[in-house]
Design a protein around this ligand. Structure first.
Ligand code: BES
Ligand code: ZN
Ligand code: ZN
Length: 501
């Protein structure tokens, strides 16, 4: 889809539809809407007066402009009540508008930025929200279809119309585009089936992204992992014929070796549970067990595209978790990179095993902070539901920043406690710790396990995205399937990064 920013008047541009917003029960039209209403013989006013369109959030009404302007149709889109309005509500309204048009096979829209002294957002925020929302709502994955390609509905072009021309405005439209492509990348990687997204294939794809984005790329293969002593990562990988691979991305905007923020993403390309095998119902869904990795990859692509003045490292352990004659077993004791010995109770708690070594390895970069993202526990879904990430960690300021980034991005995160007293549940009779206790506080005990591997003194936060990485039904900004959860959140966190106090 092509997105362009144009300065000018709505009467001149031609497309299938002009998208106009209206607040619920507002007794006045937004000025932009009013201007179109005047030009089109008051047809908008009549519809609203007749009570046929109230402006409820995401309600729409389609009108014909009857020759009064170059654009044939007017799509009225409701913004809901003024008091309840937010940037998120606007992103959703833009998404719903473009999706409505796409479904009607009207693939070109003009969206004038409301130019109105009483509009709650400024021009830049509005343009950014419309572009990002519009793009996110239009996402679809069609790569693997070979039949009925004519039935695939595409959207071709969005023209953002502004009465003002400014560098800032253009920059914000570009920022929204960069963000959306990072989220698209994450969604694509998660959607890809596990046979076409093995550790090797994904590492290659990440390598291509890194090259295009100007990010350093290093691949730790089995031999190097063995030399380093990544026992926990290798234990999970040993059950599969597909080799495990640890990917290190390093976005280094300046020559100095400044301490980076390290992002760690769980990259299980298929989680069968291993010897502690999962039930077969919905097992196919476990292709999305690399959504944490996808978020890190997407975020680093965006960070590089925006040229943020901060070093950001991404560490991604990629492996399958399969049962076989070589697979690790319950009862095994594994020597991790940190030196700690882990007793394996359940091979399905593999995410924490691979993250343990990645977290230890992160210490080499002497990071100013570490954030990990992982589809780690079903228990997190039980605790918080399926559209919120569980947030835990060791540094209150970092946690508060992530929560703020969650509010801004609309990617919800919510704190769970991480008291050290939970560690008693993880004590092992034969080794330093075990990888699983019973069902109690499962999201927290998983995080307490991870905490043992976080380099001493480094502020760390953990996001359990098990529930929110996959969308069951579809929402305005998130079509059914992979959500891309974490990309927007991480970029927001890093965008105006200041050293933690
Ligand atoms: N990948 C799963 C967690 C998961 C569950 C993600 C549902 C997304 C949706 C993880 O590796 C796992 O299997 N966790 C176990 C841990 C248990 C063995 C302690 C779980 O949650 O059941
Ligand atoms: Zn598992
Ligand atoms: Zn898993």
């Amino acid at each position: 889809m092509e997105i362009t920013l144009q300065k000018g008047d709505f009467t001149a541009v031609e497309a299938e539809a002009l998208v106009l917003f209206h607040f619920e029960q507002d007794d006045r039209l937004l000025e932009t809407t009013a201007a179109v209403n005047d030009a089109a013989g008051s047809i908008i006013g009549q519809v609203i007066e007749a009570g046929d369109f109230r402006g409820e959030h995401l309600e729409h009404f389609l009108l014909y402009s009857q020759g009064s302007m170059a654009t044939k149709r007017i799509l009225l889109m409701g913004l809901g009540k003024r008091e309840e309005f937010s940037v998120h509500a606007l992103r959703e309204a833009a998404a719903q508008s473009l999706r409505t048009l796409r479904d009607r096979r009207q693939p070109r829209a003009v969206l004038p930025i409301p130019f109105d002294s009483k509009f709650p957002l400024d021009l830049e925020d509005t343009a950014e929200a419309c572009v990002l929302g519009g793009m996110l709502g239009l996402y679809q994955f069609t790569e693997l279809r070979t039949r009925d390609l004519d039935n695939i509905k595409d959207f071709d072009s969005l023209i953002i119309l502004s009465q003002k021309d400014s560098k800032q405005l253009a920059a914000r439209v570009d920022r929204a585009k960069a963000m959306a492509s990072g989220i698209y990348l994450a969604r694509d990687l998660v959607t890809l089936p596990p046979n076409l997204a093995t550790p090797t294939i994904l590492a290659e794809r990440v390598g291509e992204m890194a090259e295009q984005a100007g990010v350093n790329f290093h691949l730790i293969e089995k031999e190097e992992a063995e030399k380093l002593g990544m026992g926990a990562f290798l234990a999970v990988a040993q059950g599969s014929d597909e080799p495990g691979l640890m990917v290190a991305l390093d976005y280094q905007p300046s020559k100095d070796d400044e301490p980076p923020v390290v992002l760690v993403g769980k990259g299980i390309t298929f989680d069968s549970g291993g010897i502690s095998i999962k039930p077969s119902k919905d097992m196919d869904r476990m292709k999305h067990d690399m959504a944490g990795a996808a978020a890190v990859i997407g975020a680093i692509q965006v960070v590089a595209a925006l040229r943020l003045p901060l070093r950001v490292v991404g560490l991604i352990p990629f492996t399958e978790n399969l049962p076989s004659g070589k697979a690790y077993k319950p009862g095994d004791v594994i020597h991790s990179l940190s030196g700690l010995n882990i007793e394996v109770i359940n091979t399905d708690a593999e995410g924490r095993m691979i993250l343990a070594d990645a977290l230890t390895y992160a210490g080499r970069y002497e990071p100013q902070a570490i954030v990990d993202l992982a589809t780690l526990t079903g228990a997190c879904i039980v605790a918080l539901g399926d559209d919120v990430a569980g947030l835990m960690g060791t540094d209150d300021e970092l946690l508060a920043r992530l929560q703020a980034a969650g509010e801004e991005s609309g990617e919800k995160v919510w704190p769970l406690p991480l008291w050290d007293s939970y560690f008693k549940l993880m004590k092992s009779d034969v080794a330093d710790l075990k990888n699983v206790d019973g069902r109690k506080a499962g999201a927290i005990t998983a995080a307490i396990f991870l905490k043992q591997f976080v380099p001493e003194g480094v502020p760390w936060a953990h996001l359990d995205i098990a529930g929110c990485a996959w969308e069951e039904k579809g929402k305005p900004l998130v079509p059914k399937g992979a959500t891309g959860m974490g990309v927007h959140l991480l970029v927001r966190l890093l965008q105006e990064w200041q050293p933690l106090s």
